[in-house]
Design a protein. Structure first.
Length: 432
């Protein structure tokens, strides 16, 4: 069986956890390959809401094995808190079905403190990180001074490494940022406790997946964030510190490209982002409120991890073209089509005007992206509430036309449309 991937095509928050939960029913293993608890995946099942930040979304399906891959950075405190919350709701998170790569890197309180201090220093120019320590943990990884999860089954080595790590970071916190130092002894004791609980979950990630694929088991790679937050292919520097693209899935899990089957790009029916950086189709005022919602339900545009209101705007096809190229997408899943109900006319950005020239790509220069003006094609909207629709033929004609337009413009088929937060609120698409 192949390795299928679920990839965010915009700035994250596209609904990847939603479709992962749906497709997990046909998978043997769900594997997270990048990011950390800066991700936020919300799943609604029979009205019950699950908010996950680190554990793969497929954990709600009994019998599915869940894996935290080598490309992920793990905060043990967050991991254990999520595990406790899931256990209290009857979800099995035993070592038999929830596993952590020995090569994943650990996040510490020092990483979190440095993240906050850096954002504070940047002031108005802050990146807009979740301040969960993700960037500093990846910085240590690339600098070859990180702490791998494999240390969790070596308590003495872990305690010594954590103690030295905290003392080293304290010098930066106090001397560079003027912040209070952390208690290295207390943090070491905390991590010794985490190690006792998490060590049984450790596995050799690449070996486990290779054996699974060789034996015909199906693996679903769950992405975090989105293509425009990729460290190489996103709107740098307003990006995350990892590779949430198809290439990142391969390196983050330790598998080769010959194993790849479907590469599923999740695209919201409009656009949103959290944090700073250019946003060509951004809206404000009443229309922005219309797309964002009030925050009263989990389907509204407020960050699962941060609770921050998301910036919102019209769909941008240049971004979807970019995601198609970078990831070799085999299909799109279009989410939140229901949010557009009741809007009489829906603009879609089909190109940019850059200094009087029409372009059909996302420039690599952040300055040029900021100078791009959207060129819109306006599609007719629909008034009907579509949240109860389960068949493509039952969608209003203009709603179908909206999805058809995406297929025509990108030359990528759409396999599913979501019309609400529930597991059952997906429309399968076979003839667009």
């Amino acid at each position: 069986m192949p390795l299928d991937m679920i990839i965010g095509t915009q700035w994250g928050d596209e609904g990847k956890g939603h479709i992962t939960d749906l497709l997990a029913a046909q998978a043997d293993i769900i594997a997270r390959f990048s990011g950390g608890d800066n991700a936020g995946h919300t799943i609604t099942i029979a009205g019950e809401v699950f908010k996950l930040h680190l554990i793969p979304s497929g954990v709600i399906h009994p019998g599915v094995t869940c894996l935290i891959g080598s490309g992920v950075v793990v905060n043990p405190a967050v991991m254990l808190r999520e595990m406790t919350e899931l256990k209290q709701r009857g979800v099995d998170v035993s070592p038999q079905r929830l596993k952590i790569s020995r090569k994943a890197h650990l996040i510490t309180p020092a990483h979190i403190a440095l993240d906050k201090a850096k954002e504070k220093e940047l002031g108005a120019g802050a990146i807009g990180t979740t301040q969960r320590g993700i960037g500093p943990a990846y910085t240590d990884k690339v600098a070859r001074s990180g702490l791998r999860a494999g240390l969790l089954d070596k308590p003495e080595e872990l305690a010594e490494a954590i103690y030295a790590h905290i003392n080293e970071k304290n010098r930066v916190l106090t001397e560079l940022y003027g912040e209070e130092p952390l208690d290295a002894t207390a943090v070491s004791a905390d991590y010794a406790n985490y190690a006792q609980q998490l060590a049984p979950h450790l596995v050799e990630c690449s070996l486990m997946l290779d054996e699974a694929l060789q034996n015909g088991r199906s693996v679903l790679a769950e992405g975090a964030q989105g293509t425009l937050l990729d460290i190489d292919h996103g709107t740098y520097p307003f990006v995350t510190s990892s590779a949430p693209t198809a290439g990142g899935a391969l390196t983050g899990l330790g598998v080769g490209p010959k194993n790849v089957g479907r590469i599923i790009g999740v695209a919201k029916a409009f656009s949103s982002r959290v944090g700073s950086g250019p946003f060509t189709t951004e809206l404000d005022g009443e229309l922005a409120m219309r797309l964002r919602g009030t925050g009263a339900n989990p389907w509204d545009e407020y960050g699962t991890t941060t609770g921050r209101p998301r910036r919102v705007g019209w769909l941008d096809l240049n971004i979807l073209h970019h995601a198609r190229r970078v990831n070799s997408l085999t299909e799109f899943v279009v989410t939140k089509l229901d949010i557009l109900s009741g809007i009489a006319e829906i603009p879609v950005c089909v190109a940019y005007d850059l200094h009087g020239q029409r372009i059909n790509y996302l420039p690599s220069s952040l300055e040029e992206v900021a100078q791009c003006q959207p060129i819109y094609e306006t599609l007719p909207g629909w008034d009907e509430d579509i949240m109860q629709v389960r068949q493509l033929a039952d969608l209003p004609a203009n709603a179908r036309r909206y999805v058809e337009f995406i297929v025509e413009q990108t030359a990528v088929p759409v396999s599913h449309i979501s019309v609400g937060p529930g597991r059952e609120q997906f429309i399968p698409v076979t003839n667009l």
